[in-house]
Ligand binder design. Structure first.
Ligand code: NAG
Ligand code: NAG
Ligand code: NAG
Length: 498
């Protein structure tokens, strides 16, 4: 791993003393030091060995600090796996490595309050975004709609018209067109205070304001009251649609110039998608210096995305500094890791799924019309009931690492979540349907298999009053009750009745 890192950095002719540097060492050498540095996957300074993030588990509400395996290294994901065995875990704090104490925690309510949002945003599952860095397992922050992190009272972050730089490494395939999957500088009041009060990286295919070439997703900048791809809130064809699994996204702004840059976080260099004057109405900025992750400045939280690492700097970084940071990111060696564990499922096989909660072990996941429920089924049941309780395993419609479950008696219809209730719906071919119908099996929390929603990884197939839900442990709905949660989400999977 070390020789590989030396080689990759050597190719871009980085000065020798920075060969083992982290991204924030590189920014510091360019006189644009990090003022906030967040990552759940690795240390962003070569000397950093403190906490990267905090995880809280459902079983007893205790927490653990996840630190790098060594100074400057990859997160100790194994410590999280041990701590979270047989329970659920949430990411409660993403620590600032810069020393400024700009730690991100659960975002408070803001000016925008969606239909199913009540108060604070949700926290991310600790296991929604597994990856490897140089072969070492780590976890990113999987932001589902309704999830967000924030700090309003920061130290050292640019305000007003002060220059700053930002980068983030995100999952280029996890996005939507809602507002707003952001990382960066926002309002301290959690409300929309007008044009120029934000300067954050946006990633997704929202077209309500600006957009880039093709159908997206794009890197844009959320400058408040608009996402910008360039000089105006229109189309900048120089801002390309991206299809990389790992994306490096860069936004920076100073008094008379701002830029969007980007590239493949797993190989190659950055390109400049815009560099030039600020849009009309944004020539003077009113940055407020709070930091957001996964939400808009007013807490608009309908978007989704995955965050692995990112920083805010003071000063306007040079292209050369950012190019060195990109080389460092590539050398870190991001690769995908499996979302699936536990007993294997075979694509195209028929399965039946039996409840394992004491008192319910004769009940199987079945459907009555569109309602997905549990019913008592055995070998003497009618053929119709056996078919209602049998499901064909398909490659996940929304993520090929996971699975979708097609009804045996209603081909073309799949189990999907809708308002966190499971239902049987015909596949309508949309991205939304694909994602709502994708579930990732893992070793059961008590036994067998638990089936985690890909798009809401805090949520699992759960029976509650004999109806199936996508339930989160201790969430706000009655079906999220902690009592019996682990047993209710653990299923014995066998070959199908039909
Ligand atoms: C965003 O992309 C998805 C998937 O391609 C597409 O279904 C959706 O219509 C796009 N949204 C916009 C606003 O273009
Ligand atoms: C960075 O590169 C872009 C594109 O070549 C250029 O327009 C811009 O002026 C450069 N910025 C700096 C600070 O050198
Ligand atoms: C923990 O989960 C594993 C995998 O499902 C299971 O084999 C084991 O019995 C569980 N332990 C407890 C104490 O529930």
């Amino acid at each position: 791993m070390f020789s590989r890192r030396h080689l990759a950095l050597g190719l871009v002719a980085l000065a020798a003393p920075l060969v083992s540097a982290g991204p924030c060492d590189i920014y510091a050498a360019g006189d644009t030091p990090c003022v906030a540095a967040h990552s759940t996957t690795r240390a962003l300074y070569s000397a950093y060995s403190g906490s990267l993030y905090q995880v809280e588990r459902g079983s007893d509400s205790t927490t653990i600090e996840i630190v790098p395996l060594s100074a400057g290294g990859v997160a100790d994901a194994a410590a999280q796996d041990t701590f979270c065995a047989n329970t659920t875990c949430l990411i409660t704090i993403i620590y600032d490595q810069s020393g400024n104490g700009n730690h991100l925690t659960q975002a408070p309510p803001g000016g925008w309050d969606g239909p199913d949002v009540d108060g604070y945003d949700n926290l991310a599952s600790a296991i929604g975004a597994p990856v490897t860095l140089g072969g070492q397992k780590a976890y990113g922050v999987f932001i589902s709609p309704g999830t967000g992190y924030r700090i309003d009272d920061t130290t050292g972050v640019a305000t007003g018209n002060e220059p700053e730089g930002l980068y983030a490494v995100v999952d280029g395939t996890h996005y939507n067109d809602a507002c707003c999957y952001d990382y960066g500088n926002a309002e301290t009041s959690n409300t929309d205070t007008g044009a120029g009060h934000m300067e954050a990286i946006y990633y997704g295919n929202c077209t309500d304001w600006g957009s880039g070439a093709g159908s997206g997703p794009w890197i844009m900048a959320d400058l408040e009251d608009g996402l910008f791809s360039g000089l105006s809130a229109g189309v900048n064809t120089g801002d390309p649609s991206l299809s990389y699994r790992f994306v490096t996204a860069v936004v920076k702004g100073e008094a008379d110039e701002w830029s969007i840059r980007g590239g493949n976080a797993a190989s190659g260099t950055l390109s400049t998608f815009y560099s030039g004057p600020r849009p009309s109405g944004y020539t003077t900025m009113y940055k407020e210096g709070s930091i957001i992750l996964g939400i808009g400045g007013d807490n608009s939280n309908s978007a989704q995305g995955t965050f692995y690492e990112g920083v805010l700097t003071s000063g306007y970084p040079s292209n050369a500094t950012e190019d060195s940071v990109q080389a460092n990111i590539v050398a870190a060696g991001y690769e995908t890791a499996s979302l699936v564990s536990g007993p294997a499922l075979t694509v195209d096989s028929s399965i039946s799924m039996r409840a394992t909660t004491a008192g319910y072990t004769t009940r199987y996941i079945a459907h009555t019309g569109a309602t997905v429920n549990t019913q008592v089924v055995d070998s003497s049941s009618s053929t119709a009931l056996k078919e209602e309780a049998s499901w064909t395993v398909r490659t996940g419609l929304g993520n090929s690492d996971c699975f979708s479950f097609e009804s045996v008696d209603t081909p073309g219809s799949y189990i999907r979540h809708y308002d966190f209730v499971l239902q049987l719906d015909a596949n309508d071919g949309t991205k939304q349907f694909f994602e709502d119908a994708t579930f990732c099996p893992q070793a059961g929390l008590t036994t067998g298999t638990s089936l985690r929603s890909w798009s809401y990884p805090t949520r699992y197939f759960r029976h509650y009053d004999d109806i199936l839900y996508a339930a989160s442990n201790g969430g706000v709905q009655t079906f999220d009750a902690t009592a019996s949660f682990n047993a209710d989400v653990s299923w014995a999977i066998s070959s199908g009745f039909a």
